[in-house]
Design a protein around this ligand. Structure first.
Ligand SMILES: [Fe+2]
Length: 402
């Protein structure tokens, strides 16, 4: 991220600065001890101040261990809306590097949240709103990735809905890929986006009022509640490289080639042992003998999860908007029968999808089991009649839409 400064900061770090005569409290918020990116915030109150220590609720991550190791199709479209923007996220899959959840929030949360153990990304499929954060207001719209660094105190105000988000939480850092940046950190000319496409908070609001507020901090695998006797968004000024921001998938500049471009061409973010990629509408391969769809590939060391946002995804049959496919490590996958032939000569695609590839196996939750389409594993059978009647062992018995 680039350097940003909002509100009033003193000309020198670690020097006195006052607001209406009151000495402000300087907070350095940084990664990797004092060696990573940091921001410095100037508060009216000590950020340590709490009026009351509330309860601690461990986060449950129940696991569904299927009997069969197969490709999976998970349709989130039938999931009813509900819950608040943070605690209402419904976990679908996870490992020690990342949690993938779906959220369809409808409730306003009066509490403020802070993730004390991980960075968060919300991919906003539908709905708009804004984050009220300690760094200022951050509006979001459909198709935005919203990146929230750990340690950010925030509350999400829901605007026009319905709201559907695919969310990621990682104990690591969410970054733009190293190979897109020069040694100074600036995005390179060949990157699929530029600094202009990343949008930080638009306005810093300093709350000086007292009152009772609740703060919920995710820490040590649970949620710790605190009661505050002041408004936690009390920052008068801040500057630095750490702050929440949005990036719209519609601002991702897709790469096309004479022949098929592999998924790294679509990479948008990197995390520890995973990548997030954006598949966007684009021109397709122009060689007369090109096969525009992906070749079959064996993910020997990664799990591939694709969330379908809009348009028709050329390499998938029977996969609708709001569905996720999971192509786990150890099994080859590729376009389903007939799709390669159909694609020949195509000049463009309207597909819009978000992909996460993890380099360590993903575990599934009971929610993933409930939304599982067992017929997907058999959808590569040439005879559609056979595929329609087949079932995969370990399934929940639902019929295939493939
Ligand atoms: Fe793939």
């Amino acid at each position: 991220m680039r350097y940003l400064s909002m509100g009033r900061v003193p000309p020198k770090r670690h020097t006195q600065v006052r607001d209406e005569g009151r000495l402000l409290v300087e907070e350095v918020m940084g990664y990797e001890g004092f060696s990573g990116n940091e921001s410095i915030l100037y508060h009216l109150q000590s950020p340590c101040r709490v009026a009351e220590v509330g309860g601690f609720t461990p986060i449950e991550r129940p696991e569904w261990v299927p009997e069969a190791h197969v490709h999976r199709l998970t349709d989130t479209a039938p999931l009813p809306p509900g819950g608040d923007p943070v605690l209402g996220r419904r976990l679908l899959m996870f490992n020690d590097d990342v949690e993938v959840a779906i959220a369809k929030p409808t409730e306003v949360s009066s509490a403020f949240h802070r993730n004390g153990e991980g960075d968060e990304v919300l991919f906003v499929h539908e709905g708009s709103g804004e984050l009220e954060t300690v760094f200022g207001r951050l509006p979001f719209s459909p198709h935005d990735y919203v990146v929230i660094p750990r340690g950010t105190t925030y509350r999400i105000i829901l605007g026009e809905g319905p709201h559907t988000w695919l969310t990621f939480t990682t104990p690591g850092e969410i970054e733009t890929p190293n190979r897109y940046r020069n040694r100074y950190g600036q995005l390179l000319e060949h990157a699929p986006y530029s600094q202009r496409d990343f949008h930080g908070p638009v306005e810093l609001e300093t709350h000086r009022e007292g009152g009772e507020h609740e703060l919920v901090v995710r820490v040590r695998g649970g949620h710790q509640r605190f009661a505050l006797d002041y408004h936690p968004l009390d920052v008068v000024g801040w500057d630095g490289y750490v702050y929440p921001y949005t990036f719209s998938i519609d601002d991702f500049e897709p790469k096309s080639g004479r022949l098929h471009q592999p998924p790294p061409a679509h990479q948008t973010f990197q995390g520890p042992n995973f990548v997030i990629c954006s598949f966007c509408p684009r021109k397709l391969d122009w060689d007369p003998l090109a096969v525009p769809l992906p070749y079959h590939h064996s993910n020997l060391q990664s799990e591939e999860v694709i969330y379908y946002v809009d348009g028709r995804f050329g390499s998938r049959k029977g996969v609708d908007v709001g569905a996720l496919t999971l192509h786990p490590s150890g099994l080859p996958h590729g376009p389903q029968p007939g799709l390669v032939e159909q694609s020949l000569g195509a000049t463009e695609t309207e597909e819009l999808a978000v992909m996460i590839d993890t380099f360590r196996p993903l575990r599934l939750t009971p929610l993933a089991r409930d939304l599982d389409d067992p017929g997907y594993a058999l959808s590569w059978r040439e005879d559609p009649a056979l595929a329609a009647t087949g079932t995969a062992s370990g399934s929940n018995g639902r019929s295939s839409s493939a």
